[in-house]
Structure formats: structure tokens, C-alpha cells
Ligand binder design. Structure first.
Ligand code: SF4
Length: 64
């Protein structure tokens, strides 16, 4: 599974990279950059799900 950011929806609120720096970092434009290619353990999956639920723009997806 992977985390995908929809930049058309993201409005750079920052919750994802502030709360989950193991998964995201802020890029030069203020968008989150996904740091992990594959969610290959249960903890990462859980953190990605938390980020998705908290994102105010519904811009985070988890895909197969
Ligand atoms: S929490 Fe959502 S809106 Fe905020 S920076 Fe992350 S992806 Fe963008």
C-alpha cells in the first residue's frame, strides 16, 4: 500500500507532516512529500490512516 497526496485538494495545513514526520515532510512549496514508498508494516499503515482521517482537505488516500 502507498500514501498518495492530491495536491489539487491539499491546502498546506500541515497536520500530516507535523504529526507524522516518519511519513511526510514539507516540500519547498509547502506541500507534503511522501517519504515512504511502501507501507510495509502495521505501524506505518496505522499512521497513514490517522493522517488520512485528520486531513481537513480529504487530500490523503491510501492505495494498493
Ligand atoms: S493535512 Fe491534508 S491539507 Fe494539510 S498539508 Fe497534509 S495533505 Fe495537505
Amino acid at each position: 500500500m502507498k500514501v498518495v497526496i492530491d495536491k489539487d485538494k491539499c491546502y498546506k495545513s500541515g497536520e500530516c507532516y507535523y504529526n507524522h514526520p516518519e511519513l511526510f515532510k514539507m516540500d519547498d512549496e509547502g506541500f507534503p512529500q511522501v517519504l515512504v514508498d511502501e507501507l510495509n508494516d502495521a505501524t506505518l499503515v496505522q499512521h497513514a490512516e490517522e493522517a488520512r482521517e485528520v486531513c481537513p482537505a480529504v487530500a490523503i488516500s491510501i492505495v494498493e
